[in-house]
Design a protein around this ligand. Structure first.
Ligand code: COA
Ligand code: ZN
Length: 307
């Protein structure tokens, strides 16, 4: 198994979509610039959704073209329908993520469609994005539990993932939207996905640290062979349609954990901490993440680093 892990940064999108502060576009652009400088290569930059649904990301059309374009850096954007795809195309996108979930109760609140309707809505979006040669990801939110209908069987999450793969996505990402999952569930979900014929390279996990289980869940994902994990620098975020969804797994916590565990990922912890402090400052909040507070740790000196 490879020691190479992809860290998929969701701070500018999942992180900022639920924050009370509406950041100026320029602050978002600077945040992304700091993330690129930290070595992040996949940065979910914004959403082309209805501005009335997510006011915090209503500036997507201006933000995306303003971002630094570097070889090897991808800025996937969230797209719910053909209208969003047209906006993304006009703004110069080359990677998208579509998002559905395991339950009609959740998708009805989030995107006003049943799971089946959302898949039907994504078909032309993914087909067009495929014709354009864009990279495509599909989210299966509430993969471990739904805030409206409770427990979710792994078979159900995998069923939705298979339908997304049929529609052409390169990668499926199982999201623990409300942070209720534990490692035994991650193990089980990975096994069910692999047994259903999903290649391990096409699986990503998206954990929220709502109940302190996110890194343990990453460890379970790694043990199952998964090598792509989402995280948000500064630990911001949550879904406005998922009551109680606290912050994403913090990129700084993930980077520390992967470094100390011997995985390669190309991201520099001290620079992530710079970006984390920046986003906390512009949001007017203390940086509350574990590694944000403690810093990293240099085994040569025994001292914290990057604080
Ligand atoms: N971009 C901009 N505006 C859009 C849009 C898009 N992609 N899709 C729809 N709209 C506008 C419509 O033009 C309409 O505007 P109007 O009221 O001024 O006429 C309004 O949004 C409602 O459009 P409609 O097609 O009826 O959609 P809806 O009300 O059924 O909402 C979604 C469906 C998917 C567009 C909306 O629920 C949404 O954007 N949700 C995103 C939620 C999200 O991002 N959650 C966090 C991710 S986990
Ligand atoms: Zn999330």
């Amino acid at each position: 198994m490879s020691d190479r892990v992809r860290i998929y940064e969701v701070g500018p999108r999942d992180g900022l979509q639920n924050e009370a502060a509406l950041l100026p576009t320029e602050s978002k652009r600077r945040f992304v610039e700091l993330l690129v400088a930290a070595g992040l290569r996949e940065i979910e930059a914004t959403s082309f959704v209805a501005p009335s649904a997510i006011p915090a990301l209503a500036d997507a059309d201006e933000l995306l073209p303003s971002l630094p374009r570097e070889p090897g850096v991808r800025y996937p954007v969230l797209v719910p329908n053909v209208r969003g795809l047209a906006r993304a195309e006009a703004a110069g996108a080359d990677a998208i993520a579509v998002f559905t979930a395991t339950t009609d109760a959740f998708t009805t609140k989030n995107i006003r469609m049943t799971v089946g309707e959302s898949l039907a809505a994504f078909a032309p979006v993914l087909a067009r994005a495929g014709d354009l040669g864009w990279w495509r990801r599909g989210y299966v939110s509430t993969a471990f539990g739904c805030p409206y209908s409770g427990a979710v069987a792994p078979e159900r999450a995998v069923g939705v993932a298979l339908r997304l793969l049929d529609l052409g996505v390169e990668e499926v990402c199982f999201g623990d939207t409300i942070g209720v999952g534990v490692p035994a569930q991650v193990e089980k979900l990975t096994r069910v996905a692999l047994d259903a014929g999903i290649a391990v390279e096409r699986i990503a996990y998206h954990f929220h640290d709502t109940r302190g289980t996110a890194l343990a869940n990453v460890a379970a994902g790694l043990a199952g062979g998964v090598r792509c994990f989402d995280a948000a620098t500064g630990g911001t975020g949550g879904c406005p349609y998922a009551p109680g969804a606290a912050g994403n797994l913090a990129t700084e916590d993930l980077v520390y954990f992967l470094d100390a565990s011997g995985y390669e990922h190309g991201v520099a912890l001290e620079r992530v901490l710079v970006a984390a402090r920046f986003v906390a400052e512009v949001l007017g909040k203390p940086l509350a993440t574990k590694v944000g507070q403690a810093g990293g740790w240099d085994p040569a000196t025994g001292q914290p680093v990057g604080r």
